[in-house]
Write a protein that binds this ligand. Sequence first.
Ligand SMILES: *Cc1c(COP(=O)(O)O)cnc(C)c1O
Length: 369
Amino acid sequence: MINYQGIIAKYRQHLPVTGKTPIITLNEGNTPLIPAPSLNKLSGMPGMEVFLKFEGANPTGSFKDRGMTLAISKAKEEGAKAVICASTGNTSASAAAYAARAGLKCFVILPKGAIALGKLAQAMLHGAKIIAVDGNFDQALDIVKEISEKYNVTLVNSINPYRIEGQKTGAFEIVDQLGGRCPDFHFIPVGNAGNITAYWKGYREYKRIGRISRLPRMLGWQAALSAPIVKGKPIKNPKTIATAIKIGNPASWQAAECARDESEGMIGLVTDRQILSAYRHLSQIEGVFCEPASAASVAGFIKLAAEGFFKRQPMFSSVTVCILTGHGLKDPDRAIQESSKFQTCQPKLESVLRLMGIQKKPAKRKQLA
Ligand SMILES: *Cc1c(COP(=O)(O)O)cnc(C)c1O
């Protein structure tokens, strides 16, 4: 028997499952909480400890798996034969994988031309029926909502309450990994706003049962030209290179505002330039490769640090967690665009040395005594 079997087995008593629920799992969750020393320093607060919750380490490469294991298990329990989702990419990759495992048909409605290559490749190989609409995510979501209301196909977007239930285990895991400590600040990208809603629910539930005695401040981040919650109105034509949060009318808008207000947090915006700068910082300084949307949480952290936010806090030490929602390999085109070009030469020692910038004769190897 293996000792880790996914979030349903681990957090069963907190989730709406019974002995009759078939558990469809890829052993998702249990993702690393990685210290980020370079961000401690940037905060300007001597006792700051920053951690990256690397959700890219989930089986399909994003946090969507936490919600999908439960949504697909419940769909299977309820006798569904097919599931459907609108997606900016990661929901479709996750739905397609779990549906394949459950023997369910999977329909995926995507905004044409706006899906990162890795995500599309996953949904395709897992055998989902993919339909690209010539519109944006919000329009795709409206269509799948209507289809799931009128036809016998289960919606697995985050308006499916089981998605939120599964995703709240991210909060449980963070507290457990911190040895029972609740973070002071929780940074998270916000797209359709299901994840910030789920984390807030998870933290509140852990507080209710006495696992933690206080709650974190929730700090959500939208891309500057896709920031409906910050602007207080839907955005007709959202734009950002962070395709996973390119959403103009979030389904969990109100719940996200509750998380923000009840936690005395904020939902702010970061520009694409700030997102990409955080994306490069994480990969080049911390060695962590996340997708651009994920870097929005760290971009928000860097922005607040630069504004002196942490220096103004009346505390000596604090713990910050930044959620890195998805893996960098999801969007290889962006990674290559953000990197310097590589060089080519003849397969000769001198040619390689020249490009390495080594001109001198080799130093004599030290003789072993
Ligand atoms: C889905 C997704 C988001 C946005 O999460 P919401 O729950 O829609 O707010 C952010 N980053 C990545 C990588 C995602 O896949």
